[in-house]
Design a binder for this molecule. Structure first.
Ligand code: NAP
Ligand code: GDD
Length: 341
């Protein structure tokens, strides 16, 4: 039974990857930070049999301890401060976690496993945000980086230190340059989920408006479930390399609004959207669209879920969740009224 250690197991990708690896017969270990992380129960329910280990990407000894216990064949480094907007407000923490955290994880493996990192295969969650102010379109593995946020800068360090450990120590270290990927498990701070949840609440009468920033930004949005399969495929290759993972299509935030609102029968969404400068960024990434032909040719990877299906899946999941929240609130109110009567 191969062992896998996943940092960031409580996040969107950690959960999908954990499911994929358990289904493939792996023993899965997940790093969880904090002394009482509220997501532990949810992870244990979603990933039966997972073994959770205490650790933090800002604390090298805890990473060494996790590697010693897990004895991994594969390490997937998904942990990060991943919200670009937050990275300006907490730039130092982002650098420590999203950037230097990668170096700490690689060092932990090198310290425990020594020569050529003991053959432990390492996946780094790199990002299309590294392309930033894009130098060519579509972006591919050879496109130069021009990051536009502290997050993008930290990811660029993480990418190059991964390449450097491959070249310096012969580490089987892979960098997956993934474009935006979403799902019903996406955090509510990201624009897709903010919109799918807002649309569901508006359709059910629980919210009046959604406040957004730049509606013209364009992203290459895919489904997270498809993307974790690409991560696993990268580590199964005999040679470590870097791969772009993307759908090859780009859509604006406006098109996202069109698709989400039309799914609940609203054709004109303008009365429901307010533009709020708080959600504009000091420097924006205007357009991203990836060329995943290397992943297609060498990994046999292709996305299965298209943009419309993804958005509708997210709105449907939020309709179900919001309905059940509203039913619970109703039941509580009825219970209170019955007690007063
Ligand atoms: P996510 O849902 O925000 O999950 C981030 C994870 O990192 C969480 O499990 C979080 O733990 C953990 N984490 C944060 N700080 C940590 C620390 N100091 N030590 C250990 N763990 C820490 O992100 P995601 O969407 O799953 O993305 C996974 C990875 O892929 C991230 O590195 C992200 O930057 C990268 N990426 C994502 C996309 C995308 O579109 N989703 C695209 C390219 C690259 P808590 O739950 O305790 O906060
Ligand atoms: N979050 C957010 N909230 N974004 C908004 C809003 C809003 O109210 N209004 C407009 N946007 C725009 C942002 O300015 C950005 O151009 C776009 O929507 C997408 O924003 P996010 O969903 O926050 O994602 P991101 O592209 O910045 O970053 C995500 O993708 C990266 C890969 O390219 C994250 O998952 C990163 O971790 C990941 O690396």
């Amino acid at each position: 039974m191969p062992h896998a250690l996943i940092t960031g197991i409580t996040g969107q990708d950690g959960l999908y990857l954990g499911e994929l690896l358990i289904n493939k017969g792996y023993e899965v270990f997940g790093l969880v930070r904090g002394q009482s992380n509220p997501k532990v129960a949810m992870v244990e329910k979603t990933l039966p049999g997972v073994q959770l280990l205490e650790g933090d990407l800002t604390d090298l000894p805890s990473l060494i301890g996790a590697v010693e216990i897990a004895q991994p064949d594969e390490v997937y480094n998904l942990g990060a401060i991943s919200f670009v907007g937050l990275s300006w407000r907490q730039a130092e923490l982002t650098g420590e976690t999203t950037g230097i955290g990668v170096l700490r994880m690689l060092e932990a493996i090198r310290i425990v496993a020594s020569d050529e990192m003991g053959g432990i295969r390492f996946y780094q969650a790199s990002s299309s945000e590294m392309f930033g102010k894009v130098r060519e379109t579509p972006q591919r593995e050879t496109t130069p980086f021009h990051p536009r946020s502290p997050y993008g800068v930290a990811k660029t360090f993480g990418h190059y230190i991964t390449v450097n450990y491959r070249e310096s120590y012969g580490a089987h270290a892979v960098s997956g340059i993934l474009f935006n990927h979403e799902s019903p498990r996406r955090g509510v701070e990201f624009v897709t989920r903010k919109i799918s949840r807002g649309v569901a609440r508006i359709a059910l009468g629980a919210q009046e408006k959604i406040a957004l920033g730049n509606l013209e930004a364009r992203r290459d949005w895919g489904f997270a479930g498809d993307y974790v399969d690409a991560m696993w495929r990268m580590l199964q290759r005999d040679t470590a390399d870097d791969y772009v993972v993307a759908t090859g299509e780009t859509h604006s935030v406006r098109e996202l609004l069109d698709t989400a609102f039309s799914h609940v029968g609203i054709d004109d969404w303008s009365p429901y959207i307010v533009q709020d400068p708080r959600f504009l960024r000091p420097a924006e990434v205007d357009v991203l669209v990836g060329d995943a032909s290397k992943a297609r040719d060498l990994l046999g990877w292709r996305p299965a879920v298209d943009f419309r299906t993804l958005v509708e899946m997210m709105v449907d999941a939020d309709l179900t969740a919001v309905r059940s929240d509203l039913d619970r609130e109703d039941a509580t109110l009825r219970g209170d009224a019955a007690q007063r009567a």
